[in-house]
Design a protein around this ligand. Sequence first.
Ligand code: UDP
Ligand code: MG
Length: 320
Amino acid sequence: MNTRVKYSIIVPVYNEELVIRETYRRLKEVMGRTGESYELLFVNDGSTDLTADIIQRICDWDETVKLINFSRNFGHQIAITAGMDYSVGDAVVVIDADLQDPPELILDMIQKWKDGYDVVYARRIERKGETWFKKQMARIFYRVLQLFTEIDIPLDTGDFRLLDRKVCNEMKRLTEKNRFVRGMVSWVGFRQTAVEYVREERAAGETKYPLKKMIKLSLDGLTSFSLKPLKLAAYGGGILAAAGAIDLLVIALTNLVVAGPVSGWHIMVSTQLLIGGSILAALGIIGEYIGRIYDETRDRPLYIVKDCYGTRKKASGRKG
Ligand code: UDP
Ligand code: MG
């Protein structure tokens, strides 16, 4: 049996029973065109539908297919991480299961990899079939992220990308619990380049990224790559305190010069709201960081694998 695997395709899946067969068929077709060895590594992130059964059945007769079942839903970014931990290929490609990322683009990525690039990320030049709200949120998020972070995280890219084995190995050394994989890949460095594509609509089913998960991902991105929000809170607080002090001085002076009662109670109330709100906001930002420090110190494994099919590695989590 051929023991060397050239490409590992990592597909995180969460309740994708409607689309998974088609995804498998398309990936098979594209990877067949390379004429080289590959593995399709599905990481089942605690699906509650038939996703795992379908993939397991495919595993039974297709030895290029591997399945890792998590014990529960750990989240997309952790599923990708587990895929990297279990992958054995010389190049690793991460792709969504819903066919929003066209598998055909993998061939372009492979070409760039053969040209000598270590990371090839896919940049969306257009996003189809997503709500106006989601597109705008994503747009603003990537720009704020760029403004706030010191490292260069490319605009409008998701996790659809190819990594050379050496980059993948370096990724394994990054142990943070709240993970923003696309930022971590930028942080690792090496020779990186982009291929462009139009992001299609979901082939079937609905998004597994509700607003709550989007906010979590954005906060992970911001807090793990920037301390500027903390500074912003401090500066904002400083400016407010200074404004308050000047205001008091003005009131005192007016009182002395003009005499008589100055300012109404509503000014008091609004200033209270302003200052109280800012303090709460600043505390909230600090809280976000402290929560993450707490997560890191607890030292729990990143994920728990229930069982695996087709992999050579035994089921295990990952410490740190
Ligand atoms: N996904 C996952 N765990 C989750 C949420 C999503 O593994 O908790 C997978 C999902 O099956 C898909 C990919 O992550 O393969 C991207 O999710 P989705 O397409 O729902 O996100 P969107 O494209 O709407 O942002
Ligand atoms: Mg999607």
